[in-house]
Ligand binder design. Structure first.
Ligand SMILES: [Zn+2]
Ligand SMILES: [Zn+2]
Length: 237
C-alpha cells in the first residue's frame, strides 16, 4: 500500500541552509513542483546524503521527495498566507530575507551550499552568532578557507604585519609571536566566488584576531556581506 507521507514527523527541523535550498527550488520553478519532479528528487537526494544532521535521529523518510515537496508548499504559504498551509518561523524568516527580488543571489548561495555539502557533507560547527546569511555550510567553508590560507597570507605579508581593519602593528618580538595576533580573512563572499575557483592569496585580508571576529559578527548581525572598506569606515571617529 502506498500512503503518501507528507509529514516529516519525528524528523529534525529544517535548518536555515536546507530552507535556503528549498526556497531556491521554488523560485527556479516559479512555484511548487511535486514529489515526482526530478529537481525535487535531486534535492531530496542531496539533503539525505549531506550530514547536516547526524544519521542517528533521522527517520527513514528524512527529507524524502514528499517532505521536500511539502516544504515547497510551506514556503509558498509563507510568501502568500492565503494559501492556507502552515509555515514555520524559519520559513517566514527565509522568505523575508530572500524575497523573489533576491532570487539570483539566492541561486548563487544555493549552488555554493550544494557544492560545499558535496565536498564536506557534515559542515563544521560554527557558533550561531557567527553564521552568515549564506548559512552554516558556507560560513564553515569560509572559516576553513581562512584557516587554510593563513600560512600563505602571513608568508606574503611577513615584512608588513598590519591589521587591515584597525592598523594594529605587533610590538617587536620574534616572528612567531608577532604572527600569533593575525588571522586571514576571505574578502569575497563564497557564493560570489562560486565555490569552485581556487582561493587566491590576493582574495585574502590579514586581520588581527579581534577584528576578524568583529567582521564576522558584523556580517551575521547585518544579515549581509560587509567588505573590508565598509567595516573600516566604522573605525573612523
Ligand atoms: Zn585589527
Ligand atoms: Zn573570515
Amino acid at each position: 500500500m502506498l500512503v503518501p507521507v507528507t509529514k516529516g514527523a519525528g524528523n529534525p527541523d529544517w535548518t536555515w541552509d536546507e530552507t535556503l535550498l528549498a526556497l531556491d527550488l521554488l523560485y527556479r520553478h516559479d512555484g511548487p513542483i511535486d514529489r515526482h519532479h526530478p529537481d525535487v528528487i535531486d534535492l531530496s537526494k542531496a539533503l539525505r546524503a549531506a550530514e547536516i544532521y547526524p544519521r542517528e535521529g533521522r527517520k527513514d523518510n528524512f527529507r524524502n521527495p514528499d517532505g521536500v515537496a511539502l516544504k515547497l508548499q510551506n514556503l509558498l504559504s509563507a510568501i502568500d498566507p492565503t494559501r492556507g498551509l502552515s509555515s514555520s518561523k524559519r520559513d517566514k524568516q527565509t522568505v523575508a530575507e530572500f524575497p523573489a527580488s533576491r532570487k539570483v543571489e539566492l541561486a548563487n548561495i544555493a549552488a555554493t551550499i550544494l557544492y560545499e555539502l558535496s565536498v564536506n557533507p557534515a559542515p563544521t560547527e560554527v557558533s550561531d552568532d557567527e553564521v552568515f546569511i549564506e548559512g552554516q555550510t558556507v560560513t564553515a567553508a569560509h572559516r576553513r578557507r581562512d584557516q587554510r590560507l593563513r600560512r600563505r597570507v602571513l608568508d606574503k605579508r611577513k615584512d608588513m604585519l598590519i591589521c587591515e581593519l584597525c592598523d594594529f602593528i605587533p610590538p617587536p618580538m620574534t616572528g612567531a609571536l608577532r604572527e600569533s595576533f593575525f588571522e586571514a580573512h576571505h574578502v569575497v563572499p563564497l557564493a560570489e566566488a562560486k565555490g569552485h575557483v581556487a582561493t587566491r592569496v590576493t582574495d585574502m585580508a590579514l586581520l588581527c584576531a579581534g577584528c576578524h571576529r568583529f567582521i564576522h559578527k558584523l556580517i551575521s548581525s547585518q544579515r549581509q556581506w560587509v567588505g573590508i572598506k565598509e567595516a573600516r569606515s566604522m573605525f573612523a571617529r
